[in-house]
Design a protein around this ligand. Structure first.
Ligand code: SAH
Ligand code: SF4
Ligand code: F3S
Length: 473
């Protein structure tokens, strides 16, 4: 393990009896940006710091430690961090004027990508910790008491998951009935626009037994839905029992046997890793939900090839057909990049065409953003911003129309809903359909955490409205 501590200061070792003293109670404020994997990491950072005496707060002003868990995927996401750090510095200065010490940590993908540059751009930052190193936060914080700045961004040999504290039951309960569990990290695909292979490193899968015990723990504390996460989650190939390797389908089958776990989801999947056993796992009445986030990025073969996606538009359409043959009600969502270098009007039309053919339940569009160090940033034919904006607006219209159609098709149907929280108005509760639509119904709070049949009676732009039919077991 390499550790770089800026400043020449030697770091005194911990007094031996220190760990035996109960830690003082302190407050932790964590703000997470970017993907669900970052959101999961944020919860695990809070878990690892809980035994150190840190209780979470939603008020940055009372925090002894502020962590920004950052995202580097697009330029705007990365730059936002530095303006946010300016605000955090003001809070730190204000607290200092009252004699209070505040440590600022930058975690996540900007930390990994920019490293020590962050200290140069914002001097108030104390710690920079990459996504594979946050299990070391307790040590880093102890060292930060004496050293000015600490950086941990190497890809370590030890596995952070072996060092993370399980959350307390109270913490799990406070986070709700639906939980994320990262099962796979990193990416070997190197799409030419993307920083993830550089910020998250090579693909690795957690052993199946480690995941199963984490899920069992969450379920015993009240979780009823698990979303298995990975940058390429369907490339999962974790260690199973007796030296065998588990596929994602195998892992899902194992998790589906956990009593009281009602729903299993996974994201994000790459089209080239949709194995036959995974498609087959969606058949019939299963805990595996009929919703699949399967980004295609573009509908043009020329652009897909320049993106190094290694699949064409027709292969994607064929895959969707095979999935829907097994699970006719499968709802699909996708990410699209608008204005990748060289994207012509004809390429863009091909994307619209693909969207029309698939019929997505939801879609996410991103204007192409040049990322340093990626091949896309070196390409000629960068598309002007106004063209990107115009194409984005057209995509958005089509997507809104598809989402409205998808939601309208639910009206009149009776659908199972997992209730997650109180609803918008008193006496209402809110939950999700298997297809990730939010549903509001009049119903009692004790249905939260339960699955119940709901007749869908109406829609708004973002939600469905329903009536409880009967409670399923
Ligand atoms: N692992 C996932 C998602 C990675 S990032 C996958 O393989 O699809 C989430 C989304 O951000 C991507 O699907 C892509 O649409 C978008 N994205 C990534 N890099 C981008 C860039 N440089 N500019 C614009 N959008 C980008
Ligand atoms: Fe990025 Fe492509 Fe890997 Fe997804 S598959 S994380 S888009 S490089
Ligand atoms: Fe962003 Fe890193 Fe996730 S770059 S999208 S936080 S993997």
């Amino acid at each position: 393990m390499d550790r770089f501590i800026s400043e020449e200061t030697a770091v005194p070792s911990l007094a031996p009896d220190r760990a035996e003293l109960a830690p003082p109670r302190r407050k932790l404020f964590v703000k997470s940006y970017g993907c669900q994997m970052n959101a999961y990491d944020a919860t695990r950072m809070a878990d690892v710091l809980a035994p150190e005496g840190y209780d979470e707060t939603k008020d940055m002003g009372e925090a002894d430690l502020v962590i920004l868990n950052t995202c580097h995927i697009r330029e705007r996401a990365a730059e936002k961090i530095f303006s946010e750090l300016g605000k955090v510095k003001m809070v730190k200065d204000d607290r200092a004027s009252r004699g209070l010490v505040t440590k600022i940590a930058v975690a996540g993908c900007v930390a990994q990508a920019e490293g020590a540059e962050i200290f140069r751009r914002q001097k108030a930052v104390d710690l920079v910790v990459g996504p594979q190193n946050y299990h070391r936060l307790p040590d880093m914080l102890r060292n930060a008491e004496t050293a000015a700045r600490i950086l941990e961004t190497d890809f370590p040999i030890d596995d952070k998951f072996d060092h993370l504290e399980p959350p307390t039951r109270a913490k799990v309960a406070s986070r709700g009935v639906s939980a994320f569990v990262t099962i796979q990290e990193g990416c070997d695909k190197f799409c030419t626009f993307c920083v993830v292979p550089y910020t998250r490193g090579a693909e690795m899968s957690r052993p199946a037994s480690q995941i199963t015990s984490e899920v069992e723990h969450l379920v015993s504390a009240g979780v009823r839905e698990i979303t298995l996460l990975g940058q390429n989650v369907n490339a999962y190939h974790g260690e199973g029992t007796n030296g065998t390797s588990r596929t994602l389908a195998g892992l899902v089958a194992e998790l589906a046997t956990i009593p009281r776990l009602r729903r299993i989801r996974y994201m994000t999947s790459h089209p080239n890793d949709m194995a036959e056993d995974l498609i087959a796992a969606h058949a019939g009445d299963t805990a595996l939900m009929p919703f699949l986030h399967l980004p295609v990025q573009s509908g043009s073969d020329r652009i897909l090839s320049a993106m190094n996606r290694k699949h064409g538009a027709q292969a994607y359409l064929d895959l969707v057909e095979r999935i829907r043959a097994v699970r006719p009600d499968m709802a699909l969502s996708s990410d699209f990049i608008v204005g990748f270098p060289g994207e012509t009007d004809a390429d863009f039309e091909a994307t619209l065409d693909l969207i029309r053919k698939v019929g997505f339940a939801s879609t996410y569009f991103f204007k192409y953003s040049m990322r340093p160090g990626t091949p896309g940033a070196q390409m000629d034919d960068q598309v002007p911003e106004d063209v990107k904006s115009e194409r984005l607006a057209r995509l958005q219209l089509l997507a809104d129309e598809q989402r409205r159609e998808f939601n309208a098709s639910a009206v009149g149907r009776t659908i199972d809903v997992l209730f997650e929280k109180k609803g918008r108005h008193p006496g209402q509760i809110a939950g999700k359909t298997p297809y990730m639509q939010t549903v509001q119904v009049d119903g009692p709070d004790d249905l939260i955490g339960e699955v119940a049949a709901v007749e869908i009676i109406g829609t708004s732009s973002n939600s469905l409205f329903g009536r409880l039919v009967e409670q399923t077991s």
